[in-house]
Design a protein around this ligand. Structure first.
Ligand SMILES: Cc1cc2nc3c(=O)[nH]c(=O)nc-3n(C[C@H](O)[C@H](O)[C@H](O)COP(=O)(O)O)c2cc1C
Ligand code: SF4
Length: 677
């Protein structure tokens, strides 16, 4: 039956017919190995193609020259040996019915002088980029000549590999730095008027077009309004674009804003707690003013908004990039009438922050993304149906129940509280981060879909579990706050759960001590400050919350600035004592013996959790495996060996019931264990 869904209509882009309107826009997940898109990279994009995407754009910021060294795992398009890898990827994506293009760029100053070949970075003017902190040299004529040639050679490699096209990157990199008055301060023939400022980018477009010939798609992803006082405004951007189109550009991917600081990048790739599709109307206005097809991505996270964007003619192609990291089968689910089963992108931006925190992109609640070599996005039925009991309905337990249910097992999930969610529910008490609850809601809904017996308000002891006569028991009982700091007065402090759960409402002067380094202390400090407390956030680290990355920190820092939260680094809480009606917090330092004191009304301590593992230890002697996990089997996603002479069930422990970690670790524990049961 022909679908009338605007999202599912084919689109003709030059000679190319895309099967639908949904795109995964260029993004670098840092899955390259040696700068090459090897198997991991290929399978990541192949999954989206299998899942129905119309066009997948690879190589976010794939680099054309050695003096544009990788800043976040970028592909090295200046090497000839990339061609066979690109070719394999293109073949796989084509076989699954999607088109594939690569983003091509020279990063300019948006990388480091101290990586790759250690060549000095080049830029139109000697301006430091705040985010990557490199000092670039002023590009000379010979630099620009070779870079133009490098662009052309890179484009040719993409064409030789059988890609359907490329996209030139024009926001925050070298190309746009020339046409933007904010970054081009040159006084030679390449600076000043718009005509002079577009001279270098035009050379790039012309050289690329000459290199690939007329029948290869070449697009431009460009900031059509830098939204800053001295930046490129919309009127000039439209004039520049018109020139680039005349030089051979076939489509426009619209960006609004700039990316030179954490704060501006976070606006371009907005996270949870911000409005949906903030630049969609702007994109519609741009589309009406240009003569090439337009695509756009920016927090168009739900299918209804994407459909609206296409139906109302605001875009020709709609980017749903993080949404397809969360669920690469998004389009297939739309086509199958199963929109309600799409795993939602909750806007946690863990995908981006994980690149810097742990080396590559990871979706906070889809552990299979980027791990397609070992993990499946859709679970096949198990050969033998088993009876499983999962205890705990936090992210680990819910994921375990969902996966076991999808595998066709008979699953009972027991949760002591009268609602699911665990620590995710606590975190989502922050108004700004309430979308996190989507992680819980989706799993509950999927678990129900797969027939899981969800029992809330059920306290599970060994007898309750054994009464179910399980073959497999998964303990996901989470952790309990551990507000220790190793000094006198621990009984006088609160923990962040007290604050986030609403159990207490500390007012007055509150010292929040963060010896964890992740979100919980920041959430508590923000909540307290918003409610009017006078907050000082103290950490023993030399920076604020080292585990909260550059995409998530801007919103906290804005809230702290707006509510005048005092930030104190490199101070360790060494003691708390009562003093009159209040408390005195003693702050030492790892670097000196000097101790300072703070008079406050409350001290809130965040130091992670300790496992809530009583049930697990009760069950260990009764189980067949003593709770042991066979690591080689776990890592290869093979069934755990059924060992031991006694015990009728296998016992496993996952998530924070093992040790204090994060949401991604919890769902990853569950997925790789349970998809092999
Ligand atoms: C992990 C990650 C890496 C990204 N890298 C790039 C990049 O190299 N070049 C680029 O133009 N955009 C990059 N983006 C931005 C995306 O293409 C897209 O514009 C952004 O995610 C907003 O769209 P969405 O809300 O549909 O995800 C990246 C996004 C993510 C999540
Ligand atoms: S980490 Fe968050 S923002 Fe990124 S894809 Fe997953 S749900 Fe979306």
């Amino acid at each position: 039956m022909t679908s009338h869904d605007p999202l599912l209509q084919p689109f003709r882009l030059k000679h190319l017919t895309l099967r639908n309107r949904v795109v995964s826009t260029s993004h670098e997940p840092a899955y390259a190995e040696d700068g090459m898109p090897k198997d991991r990279y290929r399978l990541y994009h192949r999954e989206k193609a299998v899942g129905g995407v119309g066009l997948t754009m690879i190589g976010g910021s794939a680099v054309v020259s050695p003096d544009s060294p990788p800043a976040f795992g970028n592909l090295l398009l200046y090497r000839d040996d990339i061609v066979p890898w690109l070719q394999r990827l293109a073949d796989d994506v084509h076989e699954a019915g999607a088109a594939v293009m690569c983003q091509v760029t020279h990063l300019g100053r948006r990388t480091s002088n101290f990586t790759g070949d250690w060549l000095p970075l080049v830029y139109p003017s000697p301006l430091r980029e705040p985010a990557h902190r490199s000092f670039p040299k002023v590009a000379e004529t010979w630099d620009l000549d070779r870079i133009v040639a490098d662009y052309a050679a890179a484009a040719q490699r993409c064409r030789a590999a059988g890609l359907d096209g490329i996209e030139l990157q024009s926001y925050g990199h070298l190309f746009d730095a020339f046409h933007s008055p904010a970054t081009n301060r040159r006084e030679d023939e390449l600076g000043g008027s718009l005509e002079a400022r577009t001279a270098f980018p035009r050379r790039v477009v012309q050289a690329v077009r000459a290199a690939v010939g007329p029948d290869f798609v070449v697009g431009l992803r460009m900031s059509m309004d830098e939204d800053s006082a001295d930046g490129l405004g919309r009127a000039e951007a439209l004039v520049a674009l018109e020139q680039y189109v005349g030089d051979g550009i076939d489509f426009l991917s619209v960006i609004r804003g700039t990316i030179e600081t954490d704060a501006t990048l976070a606006r371009v790739i907005p996270s949870m707690g911000t409005p949906s599709a903030p630049f969609l109307d702007f994109t519609g206005e741009v589309r009406r003013a240009v003569r090439v097809p337009v695509m756009h991505a920016s927090r168009i996270s739900d299918v209804a908004t994407a459909r609206y964007a296409v139906r109302e003619g605001l875009v020709d192609l709609v980017g749903m990039t993080r949404p397809q990291m969360a669920d690469p089968h998004l389009v297939a689910k739309v086509a199958a009438g199963e929109e309600d089963r799409i795993r939602p992108c909750v806007g946690a931006n863990y995908c981006l922050d994980a690149i810097y925190q742990s080396g590559d992109a990871k979706c906070v609640h889809n552990a299979a993304t980027g791990r397609e070599q070992t993990l499946l996005h859709i679970q096949p039925l198990a050969a033998r149906r088993r009876r499983a009991v999962v205890v705990g309905a936090g992210p680990a337990g819910l994921e375990a129940a969902r996966v076991l249910g999808e595998r066709g097992h008979e699953v009972v999930l027991m949760e002591a509280a009268d609602h699911p969610g665990g620590q995710v529910r606590l975190a989502s008490a922050s108004a700004r981060r309430r979308d996190l609850i989507g992680i819980v809601d989706w799993r509950v809904s999927e678990a129900k879909h797969h027939g899981v017996d969800l029992r809330y308000g059920t306290w599970a002891d060994a007898a309750t579990v054994l009464a179910e006569e399980p073959d497999v028991v998964v303990v996901a009982t989470g952790g309990l706050p551990n507000p220790t700091f190793g000094g006198e007065g621990e009984h006088l402090v609160l923990d962040t759960w007290d604050v986030m759960s609403g159990a207490v409402h500390p007012q007055g002067r509150v010292l929040v001590y963060d010896d964890h380094g992740a979100e919980p202390a920041l959430d508590a400090a923000e909540l307290l400050a918003v409610r009017g407390a006078e907050v000082e956030l103290v950490t023993p680290e030399r920076m604020l919350a080292p585990d909260v990355g550059s995409m998530n920190s801007p919103a906290y820092l804005r809230a702290f600035a707006e509510h005048d939260v005092t930030l104190t680094l490199a101070r360790r809480l060494v003691g708390v004592r009562r003093d009159g009606g209040g408390l005195v917090a003693r702050l030492g330092s790892d670097y000196t013996d000097l101790v300072v004191e703070r008079r406050v009304d409350h001290v809130v301590v965040e130091h992670g959790t300790l496992p809530n593992d009583e049930l697990y230890h009760e069950l260990v002697p009764l189980s067949s495996n003593g709770g042991a996990v066979d690591h080689p089997a776990l890592l290869a996603v093979r069934p755990q060996p059924v060992a031991g002479a006694h015990g009728s069930f296998q016992l496993f422990r996952i998530g924070d019931a093992v040790t204090s970690r994060n949401i991604h670790a919890a769902v990853y524990d569950a997925l790789r264990l349970c998809s092999a049961v």
